[in-house]
Design a protein around this ligand. Structure first.
Ligand code: UDP
Length: 450
């Protein structure tokens, strides 16, 4: 079959984290919305499957999910940090990715390969095959400013970030306190640091970068990126802000008759504070006991037997609900009775709260979440911050004070008004002629013009 007679295929390669999977599936659906004639394939790696992801796959028939064979991790992998493992699994997958891309190329015309930054190792495979390779950055434009600036920071900051107790200037974003950077950036000699640096350099040389954000949300960062300020010595690839891409209720959600939604139906409008800390969020027992259990109304990922032992469930029976495992977060956030969201600042959670118009209290835990807190509190102003002690501990008094501020104060009202304004901007961005819609059209035109 000549390539002109073959279907145009887009191949997407997410990292195995649930947050990365959700937005990648939504990106696949967005391509189909813009060009129903496209065929979309998503590579699934070992570790990506969970009941939630299996449900997502089973209910998204418009997309082909290609399961890469399970890779065998070498015995030394037990010494890897979580970040290193996120990079390592795709590296081990390279032979399978090569095979899969070749197989797909025989039957269709791969117009582009979109990879998560954790899948950076696959760049060499796709570029050897002559396939245009783009990065899909599942977090925001402000984080991308930092990410693309990492090679410059590497050259200009001579010491380890962990030893630098100072603010760092990066184009497009407020000054970042060194200790708020992702832990993987702390030590120049660590494997994680080297992998991140290598990936940042490669991303800066790619065919383009898609970002899960919209222009009005992060206007300063988007401008710095499009002005090429974050990669001062070289040309910045085209940047496409195509978001917000958040889990939709048409496939990913397993909310049918979830008990927490029935419980929310009984609560007064805007009275509930929802606490949820992503797919990996964990606290020490002390932190649970001292702060969260004093106030918690809806909680997630909690060791329920621990809570039961302490009498917490009994005490809060009439005013709160604990969801024992996975909560239908998008549905909870869009429920009328929810008036505030305590979040770990994962980017999907941030976008979901914005799209539902729910103001946030930012309690970052891992990865780039401390930087996300800076952006959503200081720059976008859709969240309030919490003051932590040096070891990250939040006292019950501080937690209570901030919850009250969020739910019942002038400061909280300003945040609520701003989140509603951003919600409207998000809606406008994805409508025909909106900024994200136009960015997607521009991208597709550039993919198909050759
Ligand atoms: N999520 C959910 N129910 C839960 C926990 C998480 O639906 O009980 C979803 C949440 O809506 C979001 C994703 O899981 O879409 C978590 O992504 P995020 O980027 O916020 O955090 P991560 O888990 O990647 O740290």
């Amino acid at each position: 079959m000549s390539s002109s007679a073959m279907a145009d295929t887009i191949v997407l390669y997410p990292s195995h984290g649930i947050g990365h999977m959700i937005s990648t599936v939504e990106l696949g659906k967005l391509f189909l919305k813009h060009r129903p004639s496209f065929s979309i394939t998503i590579f699934i790696t070992t570790g990506a499957t969970s009941p939630y992801v299996n449900h997502l796959i089973a209910t998204t028939s418009s997309i082909t999910f290609h399961h890469l064979p399970a890779v065998e991790l070498p015995p030394t992998s037990t010494s890897l940090s979580p970040e290193e493992l996120f990079f390592e699994i795709p590296r081990l997958n390279n032979p399978y990715v090569h095979q899969a891309l070749q197989d797909i190329s025989r039957k269709s015309n791969i117009v582009a390969f979109f990879i998560d930054f954790f899948c950076n190792a696959s760049y060499q495979v796709s570029s050897k095959l002559g396939i245009p390779t783009y990065y899909f950055f599942t977090t925001g434009a402000s984080t991308l400013c930092h990410f693309l600036h990492i090679p410059t920071l590497h050259e200009t900051i001579p010491k380890n970030i962990k030893d630098l107790h100072d603010y760092i200037q990066i184009p497009g974003i407020p000054p970042v306190y060194s200790q708020d950077m992702p832990k993987g950036m702390f030590d120049r000699e660590s494997k994680a640091y080297k992998l991140i640096l290598e990936t940042a350099i490669q991303t800066g040389k790619s065919s383009g970068i898609l970002v899960n954000s919209f222009a009005a949300l992060e206007s300063r960062a988007v401008k710095a990126l499009s002005d090429g300020l974050c990669i001062p010595k070289e040309q910045t690839p085209p940047i496409y802000c195509v978001g917000p891409l958040i889990a939709s209720n048409d496939g990913g959600s397993q909310s049918d008759e979830h008990e927490c939604l029935s419980w929310l139906n009984l609560q007064p409008s805007k009275s509930v504070v929802f606490l949820c800390f992503g797919s990996l969020g964990l606290f020490t027992a002390e932190q649970y006991y001292v702060s969260i259990m004093k106030l918690c109304l809806v909680e997630e990922l909690v060791n329920v037997s621990f809570l039961a032992l302490t009498g917490f469930l009994k005490r809060t029976k009439d005013k709160g609900l604990v969801v024992k495992s996975w909560a239908p977060q998008v549905d909870v956030l869009s429920h009328d009775s929810v008036g505030g969201f305590v979040t770990h600042c994962g980017w999907n959670s941030v976008l979901e709260a914005i799209c539902a118009g729910v103001p946030m209290l930012a309690w970052p835990l891992y990865a780039e979440q401390r930087m996300n807190r800076l952006f959503i509190v200081e720059e976008i102003k859709v969240a309030l911050g919490l003051t932590e002690s040096a070891n990250g501990f939040v006292t019950a008094a501080e937690f209570e004070k901030r919850i009250r501020e969020l739910m019942d104060s002038k400061i909280g009202k300003a945040v609520r008004d701003q989140v509603m304004a951003m919600r409207n901007s998000a809606k406008a961005a994805i409508q025909d002629g909106g900024s994200s819609h136009l960015a997607m059209e521009k991208l597709i035109e550039s993919l198909t013009k050759g």
